[in-house]
Design a protein around this ligand. Structure first.
Ligand SMILES: N[C@@H](CCC(=O)N[C@@H](CS)C(=O)NCC(=O)O)C(=O)O
Length: 222
């Protein structure tokens, strides 16, 4: 049995659930309360020694790092989400890595400073926020251009590279990141957000976001 350890507001953790759903794997989802510090308790550190979500326990085989996890799950299940052909796989890896290392890193800076820092009563790092926005200005059009030429990010088929970006874009609205000028990202995202692999997770994500937003508006920094 596969257990996924996550948190409803964690994009990397949600990515693992999207991928498991899309592959068709049954799993148990265990929420780790990051605000309560559950991720740093010995019970969780025994599953993931670096103390982060997501992590998985697949019949005693434990892993962390979302991209490594989704590659493992797809390979284990011979999923077309991670094609086996040399070049097809290379293109998926290319967009998966670019998605995480560049688009995801820029998004994180903006999301952290606009959403999580205020929630945790931590001063906003204006330089980091501006750097994130600057990189998004550069990278989002590149993703949009790729999606103007292809239905999915790595070509004609849905792959792990789409699932990665889809999860990373989830907090855009709440972090006031305007992706509306990127028409093909919008088209691609709208279509994928209707898919069952996504909607099966979405209610929890939406509810968790709503709670945090309400707390933010009420000035509850706890
Ligand atoms: N690169 C990691 C990122 C994991 C990560 O940073 N998770 C955050 C939640 S989104 C976390 O566990 N934060 C708790 C902490 O670092 O103390 C992945 O893709 O799995």
């Amino acid at each position: 049995m596969l257990t996924i350890y996550g948190s409803d507001l964690s994009a990397p953790a949600n990515k693992v659930r999207f991928a498991a759903n899309a592959i068709g794997i049954k799993y148990e989802y265990k929420r780790i309360d990051l605000r309560a510090g559950e991720h740093l308790k010995p019970e969780f550190l025994a599953i993931n020694p670096v103390g982060k979500v997501p992590a998985i326990d697949d019949d005693g085989f434990k892993m962390f790092e979302s991209n490594a996890i989704i590659r493992y799950l797809a390979d284990k299940n011979n999923s077309p989400l991670y094609p086996k052909g040399l070049r097809d796989r290379a293109v998926v890896d290319m967009w998966l890595d670019f998605g995480s290392m560049h688009v995801g890193a820029a998004l994180s800076k903006v999301i952290y400073n606009r959403l999580f820092a205020p929630l945790r009563n931590i001063p906003v790092d204006e330089n980091s926020l501006q750097e994130g926005l600057k990189f998004l200005d550069r990278f989002l059009p590149a993703v949009d251009g790729q999606l103007a030429k292809n239905k999915y990010i790595a070509g004609a088929r849905l792959t792990l590279a789409d699932i990665n970006l889809l999860a990373l874009f989830d907090p855009c609205e709440i972090a006031a990141i305007d992706i509306s000028p990127c028409k093909d990202i919008v088209r691609w995202r709208e279509a994928l957000r209707k898919e069952k692999f996504y909607t099966d997770c979405h209610p929890e994500y939406g509810a968790a976001l709503k709670d945090r937003l309400a707390a933010l508006k009420a000035g509850n920094k706890s």
